[in-house]
Write a protein that binds this ligand. Structure first.
Ligand code: 5HM
Length: 328
């Protein structure tokens, strides 16, 4: 298995490998794609989860929103479609997501509504060497739903404590190497970091294992543009505070909902007065800026000016008309 230092380097190498050295060309469910089977890679530093290739235009706000949506345990479509207009395409009833809502699987699995997060923590506390700390995501019932639009691509996540570090292995049946990989590895490594800080452990390696890794044909042109771009600025992604982050995450979720529902506006002074730690203040600032973008409000320069350079870079790259270079 190839080990990369950062997700950015893994992404470029995996894309190149898939695009130029695919093993199969086919069209599952009619969607033309190229693929490799039983694909895997490892990340030495899962906190370094940013993808900075300017042509890829990754959406840091959606990435944090999706990770937070998972941590909230929600399966509600509107909680996440606010950040990504494509999400309704995967919903059968246009109200919930059945496969993609990994948080609902993690925190309320199946009829018994199992809280797998708590189970995994208990197992690891009782036996730190355990190989049973698995969060199951894919549910066999998903295949029984006729014409199911949303069958979990992720089978499960396994947590392993080795040498006082929390390692994580994700198992996916299928992963879109160009789109899905960016948000999936972002969210999964956030989950790993939240679990590690809660268990008071350092973050270990992240292992990504996929049944079919593929690139969809309509993305081919964009993929080649991304692959042509070899030299670009890199940043150091911030680490979460080394403490149990749940109280901060829960507080952040309350503000996130109020912003999303357009019940409040939040300026930089408000953010500082939330009592959130600096790491989570930055994420709230991202959500506050997204509210301005989404609801076509005037962008609050002061909030932008207080963002870390890494987040300014992402926003300017994604929304150059709204987040100006001069504000960097
Ligand atoms: O036909 P199928 O159910 O496999 O189509 C869903 C596709 O969405 C997957 O093949 C995968 O390419 C992509 N996907 C992903 O990469 C979907 C999800 C949602 O579970 C995900 N990552 N998290």
């Amino acid at each position: 298995m190839t080990t990369y230092k950062t997700l950015d380097s893994a992404y470029m190498s995996v894309l190149d490998d898939l695009y130029y050295h695919a093993d199969f060309y086919n069209a599952p469910r009619g969607f033309k794609s190229r693929e490799k089977l039983a694909f895997n890679f490892a990340l030495e530093n899962p906190v370094q989860r940013g993808i900075y290739n300017p042509k890829r235009k990754s959406n840091i706000i959606f990435n944090f929103a999706e990770a937070l949506w998972y941590l909230s345990g929600s399966n509600k479509l509107s909680d996440i479609s606010y950040y990504n207009q494509r999400m309704p395409d995967y919903s059968m009833d246009k109200k919930t997501l059945t496969g993609t809502a990994y948080g609902a699987k993690i925190f309320h699995f199946g009829q018994a509504q199992l809280n797998q997060w708590e189970n995994v923590k208990k197992i690891l506390r009782e036996d730190p060497d355990s190989k049973r700390a698995v969060v199951q995501i894919f549910d066999a019932n998903e295949l029984a739903v006729v014409d199911n639009l949303d069958v979990s691509c992720t089978l499960g996540l396994q947590f392993l404590i080795r040498d006082n570090e929390l390692h994580m292995v994700s198992y996916m049946r299928a992963n879109d190497a160009f789109r899905g990989l960016v948000s999936d590895v972002f969210s999964f490594t956030v989950i790993q970091e939240v679990m590690a800080t809660e268990l008071n452990l350092a973050v270990g390696h992240y292992y990504h294992s996929v049944g079919t890794m593929h690139i969809y044909e309509p993305d081919n042109q964009w993929v080649t543009h991304v692959l042509e771009e070899k030299q670009y600025e890199q940043f150091v992604f911030p680490s979460m505070p080394k403490e149990n982050n749940w109280s901060m995450i829960q507080k952040l979720m309350i503000y996130e909902r109020q912003l999303r529902q357009n019940q409040v506006t939040i300026n930089w002074q408000d953010i500082e007065q939330t009592g959130l730690s600096i790491y989570w203040q930055q994420v709230l600032a991202l959500f506050s800026i997204y509210q301005m973008i989404h609801y076509h409000k005037v962008i609050d320069d002061d909030v932008v000016a207080h963002l870390l350079p890494i987040y300014c870079y992402f926003l300017h790259n994604k929304w150059p008309d709204k987040i100006k270079v001069g504000k960097l």
